[in-house]
Design a protein around this ligand. Structure first.
Ligand SMILES: *C/C=C(C)/C=C/C=C(C)/C=C/C1=C(C)CCCC1(C)C
Length: 249
């Protein structure tokens, strides 16, 4: 009886449901990554533990949101936009904190962290307006997307060429290498998201709609976002993890 109940509450994932599939695999990958980061903590020098702890928090927060998003998608076959953006608004600022933490020894100030957090919140809130509030208004959608993109480029600038870059250079060694790789994640890995936005919104690309079938557009967007999350959250965490391993020897 119990098994029957359990099975009836469980949902099938159709073989062509790529969104459901990537939500499911995503939640497992995020869970596994969190366990990996948390369980590794004791092997590091004290000063690296916070950074690895934050890596674990990022994937853990994502894992929990993925469970909700998977269920939401399953129940309504609709983008779980709200959960998506709550997840991002918690995890992306934490990724900004990672930049600060690895550069702290080189003298990074809290103001650098707050600057990055500020622009990341601007990027996400305007993205949310475009995706959730401006539905049916293609012009507004690309304008919000553009403002979000400008905030994104400010972050790219700060980490690649601005204050963060200078601190990384003065730190040198393993920190400089890790910083460089994180910079590439921000430039290439994070660029996956505006691509999802363009595919998924009616007016995302300066008023143009690339995928005209609304369901197909939503599916493409969610698969792209899910790939982006796995690459960026787990990848970012692993870079910080390797830095901690190499610096704790
Ligand atoms: C773990 C989640 C991460 C790293 C999410 C990052 C999200 C972005 C970089 C989103 C950027 C967007 C734009 C640059 C323009 C269109 C709207 C967004 C919010 C999708």
């Amino acid at each position: 009886m119990r098994t029957l109940l359990f099975l009836s509450e469980m949902s099938k994932i159709a073989t062509d449901d790529y969104v459901g599939f990537t939500f499911f695999v995503g939640s497992m990958a995020m869970m596994a990554a969190s366990a990996f980061f948390f369980l590794s903590l004791s092997q590091f020098d004290k000063k690296w533990r916070t950074s690895v702890l934050v890596s674990g928090l990022i994937t853990f927060i994502a894992a929990v949101h993925y469970f909700y998003m998977r269920d939401y998608w399953d129940a309504f076959a609709e983008s779980p936009t709200f959960f998506r953006y709550v997840d991002w608004v918690l995890t992306v600022p934490l990724m900004c904190v990672e930049f600060f933490l690895i550069l702290r020894a080189a003298g990074a100030k809290k103001s650098l962290m707050w600057k990055l957090i500020f622009w990341s919140v601007v990027m996400l809130v305007t993205g949310y307006f475009g995706e959730a509030i401006a539905v049916g208004e293609p012009t507004l959608q690309w304008i919000w997307g553009l403002i979000s993109g400008i905030a994104y480029f400010i972050i790219v600038y700060i980490v690649w060429f601005g204050e963060a870059k200078k601190l990384a250079e003065s730190a040198g060694g393993n920190v400089l290498i890790a910083h460089k790789i994180l910079c590439w994640f921000v430039l290439v890995g994070w660029a996956i998201y505006p691509l999802g936005y363009i595919l998924g919104t009616e007016g995302g690309l300066f008023g143009m709609q690339l995928v005209s079938d609304i369901d197909a557009a939503q599916q493409a967007m969610n698969v792209v976002y899910n790939i982006g999350d796995a690459v960026n959250k787990i990848g970012f965490g692993l870079v910080v993890y390797s830095l901690a391993v190499n610096s704790s020897k």
